[in-house]
Design a protein around this ligand. Structure first.
Ligand SMILES: [Zn+2]
Length: 397
């Protein structure tokens, strides 16, 4: 668990001016405080909101963050809206405008020029799954501030259903998968996301464990479609070099006792179609101990089509985070980004909630990312914050 934002800013040596800035931003952000944990909430709602907390922060909630803005306007390529929730009567309510207003407030306060939204990676057969159709009207209202990726609510469940069933992927399934992917691109998706090949459950009751080989035939097909249509793939995947026992802090079930390797098959996916731009989501958020800068550098060197979106969040392994408490950016991260300046983007992975949604869990962690950018040398900040996302996702404006 990290210290509060004021302590973090002070320890970074920002001093009095920063504190005054924080007070102004606190008013501007006006982020509702998270409500206390409630064991009885609905699974669908929780899944749409993402994990509430990680293994390292089971018992505590964070205060709303009041950070300094980044030094440059930037693009944040991986976020979600919590704008859809089931009612007690079994129906569903939506409030995308309300959730977007909350996101816009945070964006304006932090200097985020444009945000890419996407559905989380849903499991097969999930009743409250949603995809791009839900938030498209909002995107069309604010194309200046939002873009989107899609497939987390449709393509991802198809992959996992096929992986669970095992055996050959037949022609009919391939065709259905391809038609849906094409449809999402026609809608304006800048990529396919959020997809997952290995997703740990942070909460046995409500947050799913999902695993499918990264070189599953449908992932390979997705790479071919992405290459052909010149869009990106956003992939959530825990780093596992060799089979390992379930990392400490996670519960089995629903997680398995032994976790199968992901990296060898991930390299086969990357090599399958070098024209497919694959963004490995949540770099800096290591939950296995294997996602070191050494691993990232190895893969980046071998696969020019690999990119990484940086997520800075307090529940992951502290030794592999890009920001070290009281020290600013870790030297190994600075060196890696300098060595591969065209391969990193920012994806904070927040859930911006409608004020009407029964749960108000965020955003609470967006500020660390803004701080990270402000600590990068200006030339790297410009690339990571702006040039790279424009190029990788083909953002026109
Ligand atoms: Zn994710």
């Amino acid at each position: 668990m990290t210290a509060g934002p004021v302590a973090a800013a002070t320890s970074a040596g920002r001093g009095r001016a920063a504190l005054i800035g924080l007070a102004v931003l606190a008013a501007a952000l006006a982020v509702p405080a998270p409500s206390p944990a409630d064991a009885g909430e609905d699974a669908g709602e929780r899944l749409a909101q993402g994990p509430r907390r990680g293994p390292g922060e089971r018992a505590r909630r964070e205060p709303a963050e009041r950070p300094p803005p980044a030094a440059i306007p930037y693009f944040d390529v991986h976020n979600h809206l919590n704008a859809r929730w089931p009612t007690p009567g079994g129906r569903e309510e939506q409030d995308y405008d309300g959730a977007a207003a909350v996101a816009l407030q945070a964006m304006d306060a932090l200097g985020i020029r444009k945000m890419l939204l996407m559905p989380p990676p849903f499991p097969p057969g999930f009743r409250h799954a949603y995809d791009a159709e839900d938030f498209l009207p909002l995107i069309r209202k604010r194309p200046d501030r939002f873009g989107f990726l899609a497939g987390g609510g449709t393509l991802n469940p198809m992959i996992h259903q096929a992986a669970r069933a095992g055996g050959e992927v037949d022609e009919a399934l391939r065709r259905r998968f391809e038609e849906r992917a094409e449809e999402l691109v026609r809608m304006g998706a800048l990529g396919f996301g959020e997809m997952t090949a290995l997703h740990f459950s942070f909460d046995p009751a409500t947050h799913p464990f999902l695993a499918a080989p990264p070189d599953h035939p449908l992932f390979l097909l997705l790479a071919d479609i992405a290459a052909r249509r010149d869009v990106a793939i956003d992939l959530h995947m825990e780093a596992v070099r060799e089979a390992m026992p379930l990392p400490e802090g996670f519960v089995s079930p629903p997680n398995p006792r032994t976790v199968a390797p992901t990296i060898p098959a991930f390299e086969r996916l990357l090599a399958h179609n070098p024209k497919a731009r694959i963004v490995w989501a949540h770099a800096g958020w290591d939950n296995t101990g294997d996602w070191t800068t050494a691993l990232s550098r190895e893969l980046l060197a071998r696969h020019p089509n690999l990119f990484m979106s940086i997520k800075i969040s307090p529940e992951s392994r502290p030794e592999h985070r890009p920001l070290r408490r009281g020290e600013g950016i870790a030297q190994e991260w600075l060196e890696m980004i300098a060595a591969f300046p065209d391969r990193f983007v920012i994806g904070t992975d927040q859930f911006f909630a409608s004020p009407r949604a029964p749960r108000q869990i965020g955003p609470t962690r967006v500020g660390e990312t803004a701080r990270f950018l402000s600590l990068l040398p200006p030339e790297l900040a410009r690339k990571v914050g702006s040039e790279n996302p424009r190029r990788i996702y083909k953002i026109a404006d």
